[in-house]
Design a protein around this ligand. Structure first.
Ligand code: PLP
Length: 320
């Protein structure tokens, strides 16, 4: 699948052409999955292009890298500038921004921590995903593949290797005609989608798996909880059973790419009346306004991106 992408990829301080953004086949990350990354969105807003919750994403990147002994050779401020610069020159909006921390130079051996740690930032055009922003609703399958326990594979880090689990669950759900998988943990509690957190609404209360659930602490999850509290809703973070999920009034996914996506069916079970519920609709509407810079109450969540510096065309010698 050929994706629309930014013209340049930021690699260790240099903006290189998209086609030149390559790593060696004997790189450590390619073999062992020891890398960490982020998924961030850029949106058009009335103030120009802006990046949603950049600081929170980059802090999570730092935390994930810490878990996996990947010392990022850039400060938070340097990474912030690098993302803004890459978005600015990309020419792509709405965008999906993918910073990745990896060991790309030849260096086999599982315990090898010697290789150079690199940061790259690529950008693709954000495409429709899980009926993005739509009211139609997603059909999800409870995956037969369970979410591993964090004492084996820390789910709180956004690490490359974690996505083996999401991949096998997602491909299985898709092959069965579903849009997405919902993974349970090894105790049977609801964990998350392959790239989303899960929310449910029952009797007007908003619930989502919280510690000690096996989940990535989503930035969108955090945004939804803030929106929910600002709406005056009771918001509960705790272990969630499968029964609670299947009998909920409303269910939705949250994620940077998926945004807020209503779920209308889980396996053979219809959720609520099979249509987007009123609380999901309210949160979805508010979320979309916020990311597009239309709600000043959440303005601090958006980082403006300056237009690319105008590069003057070369002046012919004869006119110098
Ligand atoms: C496994 C997993 N869970 C949850 C999420 C949602 O996190 P966020 O809202 O930060 O995108 C993601 C996406 O990054 C993910 O990959």
């Amino acid at each position: 699948m050929e994706l629309e992408h930014g013209a340049k990829v930021w690699m260790d301080g240099t903006l290189v052409d998209y086609a030149a953004a390559q790593v060696h086949v004997l790189g450590h990350t390619l073999h062992y999955g020891v890398g960490v990354f982020e998924g961030i969105r850029g949106y058009p807003t009335p103030m120009g292009p802006a990046i949603f919750r950049l600081n929170e994403h980059l802090k999570r990147l730092q935390a994930s890298a810490h878990v996996y002994h990947l010392p990022i050779p850039y400060t938070l401020e340097e990474m912030t500038r690098a993302v803004i610069e890459t978005q600015s020159v990309s020419g792509v909006l709405p965008s999906y921004i993918r910073p990745i921390v990896y060991r790309g130079e030849p260096g086999l051996g599982v315990k090898n921590t010697k290789g150079k740690v690199s940061l790259a930032i690529g950008i693709i055009a954000a495409a429709k995903y899980l009926g993005e922003g739509s009211e139609a609703g997603v059909r999800a399958k409870i995956s037969p593949f369970r979410k591993p326990r964090s004492d084996g594979l820390p789910s709180f880090a956004k690490a490359n290797g974690n996505y083996l689990n999401g991949y096998i669950a997602g491909v299985d759900a898709q092959a069965d005609g579903y849009d997405e998988a919902i993974l349970l943990d090894t105790n049977g509690y609801v964990a998350e989608g392959t790239g989303e957190n899960v929310f449910l609404v029952r009797d007007g209360v908003l619930y989502t798996p919280g510690p000690p659930s096996e989940i990535l602490m989503g930035v969108t999850r955090d945004s939804v909880l803030r929106i929910g509290r600002d709406l005056g809703l009771e918001c509960v973070e705790r272990l969630i059973s499968l029964g609670e999920l299947l009998t909920a009034d409303e269910v939705f996914f949250s994620g940077t790419y998926a945004e807020v996506a209503p779920v209308r069916e889980i396996g053979r079970h219809q959720i609520g009346d099979g249509r987007i519920g009123p609380i999901t609709r309210e949160i979805l509407t508010r979320y979309m306004r916020i990311v597009h810079g239309e709600d000043p109450n959440y303005g601090e969540w958006l980082t403006p991106v300056p237009a690319p510096a105008k590069i003057s065309p070369p002046v012919p010698r004869s006119r110098r």
